[in-house]
Design a protein around this ligand. Structure first.
Ligand code: SF4
Length: 116
């Protein structure tokens, strides 16, 4: 089976063609660098995404947050639900943990901008 995808590794957006066998990438073409190959392999076997959003603060102001690293794509809905139900106490600094180990992914949701 062949899958086509756009690499999201940088603004060049290389068009990748991936040959897939048994849920694994066996060849990748169209990539300009190694990041594209890794992206295609991961996208086929275990897709992940960074999540960015806002949490509410105790003052009622929204605070930007993001996952520290990418989380499994199938967990994004649960992660967003958890973020929606989170409130942080101001003041907060960039990098503060808003939600530890969100949805058991092993990834923290952290504050993306000082607030308070
Ligand atoms: S393959 Fe490399 S150059 Fe092409 S979009 Fe991905 S990161 Fe950028």
């Amino acid at each position: 089976m062949t899958r086509n995808m756009i690499c999201i590794g940088c603004p060049m957006g290389c068009e990748l063609t991936v040959e897939v066998e048994n849920g694994q990438a066996v060849s990748v073409s169209g990539n300009t660098c190694g990041i594209g190959k890794k992206y295609a392999e991961s996208e086929v076997s275990a897709p992940t995404r960074m999540v960015t959003s806002t949490v509410m603060s105790d003052s009622g102001k929204p605070v930007p947050v993001k996952t520290r690293t990418a989380v499994p794509k199938e967990k994004i809905f649960d992660v967003m639900k958890c973020i929606k139900n989170t409130t942080v106490k101001l003041p907060v600094k960039i990098g503060d943990i808003a939600v530890a180990d969100v949805c058991g992914t092993g990834v923290d949701v952290v504050v993306a901008k000082d607030a308070g």
